[in-house]
Design a binder for this molecule. Structure first.
Ligand code: PMP
Ligand code: GLU
Length: 421
């Protein structure tokens, strides 16, 4: 029945390699193979009890019906208060907040609210994206009609784009600049000074050549920081505050990946207009998120600081353990992770080799496939993160120290067995 077909839009959509590797590792584990998985960008901790209890209480109390599309006002207001107090974003009220089913869903809906397919004779909207970057930004932006303008970064600069590079990438068709600090997959962070410089460039471009430009600042890893750099929200800079959409969610900080909670906040008149566009689209897409989750969001944001801090400390220790192991392995170059829970070593010195089972290793993908098949270690190949990502692979260290040690033993031993072709 292959003649029935699938839309061009979806047929040409790249599947998420992070999701694919995560699922493959799980499948192999389910079939009894002892796979050590470092593929999932997902905390290994359980959701704190108080959060679970709130959802259970709401469920028992019958909060099981449809709710306002973007969430009830007390929850939206709680998020606005959090962004005001912790992130110093000015002018936010509940009406500037949209709650969606995960940060990925927020990103999807916001891209469709900002981008369009180009009309005949028109240039497409451009999405300025420092790369390597999370695998979903480019496909989601392109699906909404945007053209991605990659800003290449290097290991030497901790994979950060400079304000000057961003200035050069901006054109009259620039619609979005996507920033992600701390970064998935790089594990590095922008400093306050660097973000202020970028804000100055965006504000100037918006006044001159790029009046439609909006910053989308994905801060989903904001709580997982341990390298001495303080997390800073670019949306707190007054000159760009009303053209910055801060994107966040509960998946990473609160170990709530399966709950599916994401949100956006954008202040000002346009922020209100944008948020109401989010409601229109989401109202035709999924309506509200699971009703009995709203009280759990309030509990997480208001009461779970100690649990978040305990998880942060564990990630900090693990970052130390994995860094030490990776630094000691021949032929790898690894930036020091300062945020999120990813190590992103350059493995290109091992290209041009052959694995013990005879597989030629010419790319990160080849290496990850061979590691999975022969050493039973799951990493994410770097190609789909864009830019120089193809020279790297991503290791999520959101797992026990013991697993990190065993995984690094397997990785090191496997690399030691590669022979020159
Ligand atoms: N942004 C980044 C950078 C991520 O790594 C993820 C992880 N999936 C997300 C957004 C979205 O996460 P979620 O949909 O679970 O909120
Ligand atoms: N963001 C996580 C990751 O990068 C989860 C999978 C996904 O949504 O991409 O692994």
């Amino acid at each position: 029945m292959t003649t029935i077909g699938i839309s061009r839009r979806v047929s040409s959509l790249k599947a998420s390699v992070t999701v694919a590797m995560m699922n493959r590792a799980k499948q192999m584990q389910a079939s009894g193979i002892d796979v050590l998985s470092f593929a999932a960008g997902e905390p290994d901790f359980d959701t704190p009890d108080a959060i679970k209890q709130s959802a259970i209480d709401a469920l028992r109390a019958g909060q099981t019906k449809y709710m306002p599309t973007l969430g009830d006002m007390p929850t939206r207001q709680t998020i606005a208060d959090k962004l005001t107090k912790e992130n110093q974003i000015p002018g936010l009220k509940g009406e500037h907040i949209a709650i969606s089913a995960g940060g990925k869903h927020s990103l999807y809906v916001l891209c469709h609210c900002l981008l369009d397919a180009a009309a005949p004779g028109e240039q497409p909207w451009e999405v300025v994206l420092p790369v390597p970057s999370w695998v979903s930004y480019a496909p989601i932006a392109e699906l909404a009609g945007g053209r991605v303008v990659e800003v290449p970064t290097t290991l030497k600069s901790d994979f950060k784009a400079t304000a000057e590079q961003i200035r050069h990438a901006i054109t009259p068709r620039s619609r979005m600049l996507i920033l992600n600090s701390p970064s998935n997959p790089c594990g590095t962070m922008y400093s306050e000074r660097e973000l202020r410089e970028i804000a100055t460039v965006v504000a100037e471009a918006a006044r001159t050549i790029a009046p439609h430009l909006v910053i989308v600042s994905d801060e989903i890893y904001e709580k997982i920081v341990y390298g001495g750099t303080r997390h800073f929200s670019i949306g707190s800079v007054p000159e760009v505050a009303e053209r910055t959409i801060t994107l966040n969610g509960l998946s990473k900080a609160y170990a709530m990946t399966g709950w599916r909670v994401g949100y956006t906040g954008c202040p000002g008149e346009w922020g209100k207009q944008f948020t109401s566009a989010m409601a229109t689209l989401q109202g035709q897409m999924s309506t509200n998120i699971t009703s009995f989750v709203y009280p759990a969001i309030r509990t997480a944001l208001n009461e779970c600081g100690a649990e978040v801090e305990a998880m942060r400390t564990a990630f900090a220790t693990r970052a130390g353990v994995i860094s030490k192991r990776l630094q000691a392995i021949d032929g790898l170059r690894t930036p020091r992770p300062t945020g999120a829970f990813y190590a992103f070593p350059d493995v290109s010195a091992h290209f041009g080799t052959v694995s013990p089972a005879g597989k030629r290793i010419a790319s990160s993908l080849d290496l990850c496939e061979a590691l999975l098949a022969e050493a039973h270690v799951a990493f994410v190949p770097g190609e789909d993160f864009g830019g120089c990502g193809g020279n790297h692979l991503r290791i999520s260290f959101a797992c026990s120290e013991q697993q990190i040690e065993s995984g690094m033993d397997r990785f090191e031993s496997f690399l030691g067995k590669l022979t020159r072709a």
